[in-house]
Design a protein around this ligand. Structure first.
Ligand code: DGL
Length: 265
């Protein structure tokens, strides 16, 4: 029998579209519910307690409403803080997003890597742990940028965003002690891969940018192996947690990701 249960991808805003892109490449027939918690945006400047309280409760409501087969927390901030809480609260597979420090360490020739995320993500013990396990022979520098999240949101609404602001975000890493050795940067916020071309364009030297989207998509494939998908790919829905008069630029972006309908939770 046809299984119409969707995959539910969740982020504070449009960042999770970078994960959706990778998921669609591997699972083109999967029905998609993409949730942007615009009512709670931004996450990166919030406290651990706020995120740990908000995210499991919200995902509980969303799971009840949309009956997904799997939830992907397409947000590093929510995952590094609330993944365990969400898994404890819900009885379905939950895939999180963690900073791609392991692949970055495998790629770096200079043994110096940067982790660019939100303020909340870069201060997590989870990042210490990943660095110790997978990059113990590397210098790992971190920088949190709330501005880069805003730039990605604006850019995907079709608004102009200045080069200088992208450069400032990069300099937050490159100008630290030892930052001149960095050759690889982990984009540890799902918003950032959406503006990776802008970061690359203003970089003072060639840098390799790494994110976890493909690994997440592969994990979802493994967890849904053997399951049926609807015969015809249905248009996805974008769900906002607070009323939003979706601006034309954002609507165009959502359509580019085959999210043709919008709803408010
Ligand atoms: N996209 C989110 C992340 O991956 C967070 C952005 C924000 O709300 O600050 O961390």
């Amino acid at each position: 029998m046809e299984d119409a249960r969707p995959l539910l991808l969740f982020d504070s805003g449009i960042g999770g579209l970078s994960v959706l892109r990778a998921v669609r490449a591997l699972l083109p027939d999967a029905p998609i519910v993409y949730v942007a918690d615009n009512g709670g945006f931004p996450y990166g400047t919030k406290s651990e307690a706020e995120i740990a309280a908000r995210v499991p409760a919200l995902l509980g409501r969303l799971a009840e409403r949309y009956k997904p087969r799997l939830i992907c927390i397409a947000c590093n901030t929510a995952s590094t803080i609330a993944l365990a809480g969400v898994r404890a609260a819900l009885d379905l597979p939950v895939v999180g997003t963690v900073p791609a420090i392991k692949p970055a360490a495998a790629l770096s020739r200079t043994r110096a890597i940067g982790v660019l995320g939100t303020d909340a993500t870069v201060r997590q013990p989870y990042v210490d742990d990943l660095s110790a396990r997978f990059a113990s022979d590397c210098l790992v520098l971190r920088h949190g940028s709330a501005r880069l999240v805003e730039l990605a949101e604006a850019s995907l609404r079709g608004q102009p965003t200045p080069d200088a602001d992208y450069r400032t975000a990069l300099d937050g890493l490159l100008e630290q002690d030892g930052g001149d050795r960095i050759d690889t940067i982990v984009l540890a916020c799902t918003h950032f891969p959406l503006v990776a071309d802008r970061l690359a364009a203003v970089a003072p030297r060639p840098l390799t940018f790494v994110d976890g989207a493909e690994g997440i998509a592969r994990r979802i494939v493994v967890l849904t192996e053997g399951q049926d998908w609807p015969a015809a790919a249905s248009a996805g829905v974008a769900v906002f947690t607070a009323p939003l008069d979706v601006p034309a630029g954002l609507r165009t972006t959502l359509a580019r990701f085959a999210l043709d309908r919008t709803e408010t939770l």
